[in-house]
Ligand binder design. Structure first.
Ligand code: HEM
Length: 454
């Protein structure tokens, strides 16, 4: 198969690009100025939502170069800086990449207690935070040998087989929309059951528990609760958000009593003396933001349901990923992994991460060298690393799972391949193995159905 060819572009910044960049650069340099304090939070909130759309940041880089300001942060997007950031200890704030998180809804802080929310906690070596010990707790209880055993057992296999029959059923009714979106069947129903079985050991046939979990994470969109602005939804009880705190407690109780925590040891200094309640609440937030969203996104891309992004000046959104899926050797696991990594390169499920400057630093932004103070938020736009022409060459906007260095330099899981400084996504191997099994089993069912039809 020939990779799609793409023209190069020479985007000029719009007036709005220039004004936003210049104003933010000045405001971030002068964070105590009244004008900065009035406008920066508004820009951070608004642009932080828009910047989630990958073509937005890509167009900014095409127009403004590899360092610019966006969503109240300094964006440093050249490949080497990204590589260093992802492999060094980090200080953190209440951000998920460009987007502002709620500083009052995080696990622990929601009850006036200590913050246990990994994503907003600094590493001990970069700001003296608790990230390392709490992360150790999560790794020890969930991302362990038992998890790998469950992921390879018959229960997990049956769930994947059921997914394949759901897929063919919906495909034959021309209703793949439902397969990918309805949380009572297909992709979402599978993810809820599979991830909770593999990570917590929760019985996928326990209808009562599965209903509570599905309702919070997917039906009621509980994930939004962790983002800034959700207090308004809660206080006005919009979209049923008044009930969310109660639903969180219900899900946390299920997690606290799950098989994975059967031998939980309280007061362990190695785990920062994390309590069972803290761990339960932390996992509700992590499963909601990371566990059930990342794979949902990547699966939709890899099974061809959602188009690749329309990067300005490029033909990426015209690529039909299904053409590649249909031609994959479904017995060749390494090739399937590369196929998934290439999907996650061109359409990163989590497009950016962030860090907080622990000392002043200088960067060229808006045409001049500027010194930004300690405390400046710095965006780590993995998606721009994944699209870097300097690193990947002129074919970067094309689909080519065989491209050199894809695996060792992939940044999509908050690392550079396997290199990191303690913040790599702990679900990386789980997600890639799960999605590999899905691509194989659903792929075989799809091929068999399509060949019978013709
Ligand atoms: C395609 C699938 C996935 C992708 C692309 C992905 C990507 C990421 C990224 C980029 C981060 C870093 C966020 C930040 O610190 O700003 C992250 C963190 C995290 N992910 Fe994933 N993730 C995926 C699936 C999963 C799954 C299935 C789980 C399982 C529960 C999971 C659990 C976590 C956790 C617990 C963290 C926080 C790690 C920490 O701060 O130490 N992820 N993930």
């Amino acid at each position: 198969m020939q990779p799609t060819t793409t023209p190069q572009t020479d985007l000029q910044p719009s007036l709005l690009d220039t004004a936003l960049n210049q104003f933010q650069a000045w405001a971030i340099e002068n964070p105590h100025n009244l004008v900065s304090r009035m406008f920066l939070p508004i820009i951070s909130f608004g642009e932080g939502i828009i910047a989630n759309n990958p073509p937005y940041l890509d167009a900014k880089r095409q127009a403004l170069g590899s360092s610019f300001c966006c969503a109240g942060q300094v964006v440093l997007a050249d490949f080497e800086t990204l590589e260093t950031a992802l492999t060094s200890p980090q200080a953190r704030d209440w951000r998920l990449g460009a987007t502002m998180l709620s500083a009052t809804h995080g696990p622990g802080v929601d009850k006036g207690q200590r913050n246990v929310f990994l994503i907003s906690l600094s590493d001990a070596a970069a700001g003296g935070g608790n990230h390392d010990v709490f992360r150790q707790c999560v790794d020890d209880y969930f991302f362990n040998e038992q998890m790998i055993i469950r992921q390879n057992d018959q229960v997990a296999k049956q769930l994947v087989n059921k997914l394949a029959s759901d897929y063919v059923d919906r495909l034959s009714h021309n209703a793949l929309e439902e397969f990918f979106n309805n949380d009572q069947l297909g992709w979402k129903a599978f993810l809820v059951r599979y991830i909770h079985y593999v990570i917590f050991g929760i019985n996928p046939n326990d209808q009562e528990k599965i209903a509570i979990i599905t309702n919070f994470h997917y039906t009621q969109k509980g994930t939004l609760y962790y983002f800034a602005g959700s207090s308004l939804l809660k206080n006005l009880n919009l979209l049923g958000f008044g009930k969310i705190p109660e639903l969180i407690e219900q899900v946390a109780t299920i997690y606290e009593n799950s098989p994975a925590l059967a031998n939980f040891q309280e007061n362990n200094p190695k785990h920062g003396k994390m309590t069972r309640q803290e761990l339960g609440k932390l996992m509700v937030s992590l499963i909601s933001i990371a566990g059930l969203q990342g794979p949902l996104h990547l699966g939709r891309t890899a099974m061809g349901y959602q188009l690749l992004p329309a990067y300005k000046g490029h033909q990426t959104s015209k690529i039909d990923v299904k053409d590649y899926w249909d031609k994959l050797d479904l017995n060749d696991h390494p090739s399937i992994k590369l196929f998934l990594l290439e999907c996650a390169r061109l359409f990163t499920p989590v497009s950016a991460s962030h860090r907080v400057a622990t000392e002043p630093f200088t960067a060229r932004v808006g045409g001049k060298m500027r010194t930004f103070p300690t405390g400046t938020k710095i965006l780590i736009p993995m998606l721009l690393g994944m699209l870097s022409e300097d690193f990947w060459g002129a074919t970067t906007y094309e689909f080519n799972p065989q491209r050199e260095n894809l695996c060792p330099f992939h940044m999509g899981f908050n690392s550079v391949g396997d290199r990191h400084a303690g913040r790599i996504c702990p679900g990386k191997d789980l997600a890639l193995k799960m999605l590999t099994d899905v691509i194989i089993t659903v792929g075989k069912a799809r091929r068999s159905y399509l060949s019978q039809k013709t």
